[in-house]
Design a protein around this ligand. Sequence first.
Ligand SMILES: [Cu+2]
Length: 218
Amino acid sequence: MSEESKPKNGNHSRMDGATIAWIVVVVVVTAIVSWFAFAAAYGVGVGSGNGNSSSSSGNSGGTTGGGGPDYVYLSINANPDISPPSADQYNPANFTVPAHTLLVFVITNYDTGENPVAPTFANVSGTVGNVEYLNGSTTGVSSVPASEVAHTFSFVGKSVYSGFNVAMPAASSTTPTVVMFHAYFNTTGAFVWNCMAPCDSWSMGTPGYMTGTMTVVA
Ligand SMILES: [Cu+2]
């Protein structure tokens, strides 16, 4: 801008009250939109009841690999292509996760079958806040009805992660059940998980189906 084109009238650049009010509105709206975008990107719950929502510094993902959490996507279905037919299967059943990192598990269950469990395996244990989030809800639940459980993701026995349990309610005929939870696994090694719902005895005893190995790496 040349000297000649600068405004000579001092009042020209002065903002009146309405202009200031508009700027405040724009800034506030931008801040709100940014927060929702951040929450979506980092899996931070927006509602109450989420263990991570109390973080005021923004980054709840620690310092590993750029700061965000790592997502772990698993699905559960009845695989019609293997013998015995329609064996229940996690996909993948064997996977690797980083230690000391906020993990966001998203498990999509397409199995409509209910395999009622003992109350222990209907409770959520070992996740952040000892809760799971069902079908996109931002309110965590600490258990699901034992009679409605289709499958679980559990560590039992002598595993260092023994006691960890998440339960997947059965899907409806038209809509899968989506279970989300946050977790940290801080001991490295290879750990066998099991489904503890009595779903399919062949699958429950066959690695790669209703049991598998979670490898935690440094
Ligand atoms: Cu199962």
